[in-house]
Design a protein around this ligand. Structure first.
Ligand SMILES: Cc1cc2nc3c(=O)[nH]c(=O)nc-3n(C[C@H](O)[C@H](O)[C@H](O)COP(=O)(O)OP(=O)(O)OC[C@H]3O[C@@H](n4cnc5c(N)ncnc54)[C@H](O)[C@@H]3O)c2cc1C
Length: 326
């Protein structure tokens, strides 16, 4: 559903010129492939575009959302009136220094691509990431993980910019540099230790954009790394549904699994309109093709309510909702 362009969105589009456009698909760019549009969408291909975006945000005060691969987002059908930015081009590159075990990746690089590239280079530590269909930037923000590992275990540092004018730091007391907030661009390289990386959380804020990330990996025989990648792919195929979803809806409560609780509440296969709890994995909610994001959001809220009633546990969402809250 198109959102009405606000004057801020129109001004941002004017300022950004050819890299931006009004009323663009947003929900359609997520792995749910449902949901509304963005007031203005900008593809940031390099530092000049990032700097133009910072200036446009500073001048208009428009609300911003950073879109990675959209694999952890549900965008309400009403859409988002503000600015959606997505990294491209310069931020899609990977450099691997095999001798020192370093991999440097742009924020737009697909995590599965980085997993396969590092495995092929004989570096171990990111094989599990082949199962995470997000971007490097989204993986840092979410501290993505799986198969007993997570991004925090291999991340060295990240370079980020605050699109909101640089007024916030990734973590209070993290040595963050508060910039003038006048549109001046403040590139900051933040060590992983200062990102407060926790279970699917980090101190990266809504207005900060992860441009690059550096990972430290260990040398290992290439065939072993590639075998580990294949095993993760096979495990995912066996245990997780395909189709339109955003992976795990809820985080696992301490010592338990959200999927087990949803299953125990009798909700596997439970349907609301065009959204359904997967019958393969109870912590996944599927959207029907051409379905409604609002049905997905209503079902998330309903499952949460029923699980609490039936098991006493209030589940916390792992997915980020845009234009809605639980
Ligand atoms: C089938 C499937 C399986 C999944 N399995 C896993 C799994 O095993 N483990 C796991 O952890 N997750 C999993 N996920 C969820 C998802 O892939 C991860 O959360 C991933 O890290 C999200 O990355 P993204 O680029 O898609 O982010 P998006 O969904 O685009 O955004 C998620 C959040 O990150 C922010 N963000 C995105 N890019 C940037 C950036 N460059 N800079 C700053 N912030 C940014 C967004 O603003 C948003 O707040 C799965 C999802 C699917 C669909």
């Amino acid at each position: 559903m198109p959102v009405e362009s606000t004057s801020a969105a129109r001004e941002v589009a004017d300022r950004l010129g050819p890299i931006a456009a009004l009323d663009q698909p947003f929900g359609a760019l997520t792995t749910y492939r449902v949901g509304g549009t963005a007031g203005v969408f900008a593809a940031l291909g390099g530092p000049a575009d990032v700097e133009a975006a910072v200036a446009a945000v500073s001048a208009t005060g428009i609300e911003v959302i950073v879109l990675g691969k959209g694999s952890n987002l549900v965008v309400a059908d009403a859409g988002f009136p503000g600015l959606v930015v997505q990294l491209r081009d310069d931020y899609s590159e990977v450099t691997i220094v095999t001798d020192s075990g370093l991999a440097i990746a742009g924020g737009a690089v697909a995590y599965p691509v980085l997993a396969r590239r590092t495995a092929a280079a004989g570096l171990t530590g990111l094989e599990w990431a082949v199962g995470v269909p997000g971007s490097v930037g989204g993986a840092v923000r979410m501290n993505a993980g799986g198969h007993g590992s997570d991004t925090a275990k291999v991340l060295v540092e990240t370079t980020l910019v605050d699109l909101g004018g640089g007024a916030t730091s990734p973590q209070a007391g993290a040595g963050g540099v508060a910039s003038s907030g006048s549109g001046q661009v403040d590139y900051r390289t933040v060590p992983a230790a200062d990102l407060a990386l926790g279970y699917r959380t980090s101190a990266v804020t809504d207005t900060q954009i992860v441009l690059t990330a550096q990972f430290s990996l260990a040398p290992a025989p290439t065939e072993e790394c590639e075998k580990a990648v294949s095993e993760v792919v096979a495990w995912r195929r066996a245990h997780q549904p395909g189709g339109q979803n955003a992976g795990s809806i809820f985080t696992n409560p301490e010592g338990d699994s959200a999927g087990r609780l949803v299953d125990a509440a009798g909700l596997k296969g439970y349907r609301l309109g065009s959204a359904q709890v997967s019958s393969k994995h109870a912590n996944f909610i599927q959207a029907d093709p051409a379905g409604s994001a609002d049905d997905v959001i209503r079902l998330i809220a309903k499952v949460r309510e029923l699980v609490e009633q039936r098991t006493g546990v209030l589940l916390q969402p792992e997915v980020h909702l845009v234009g809605a809250s639980l």
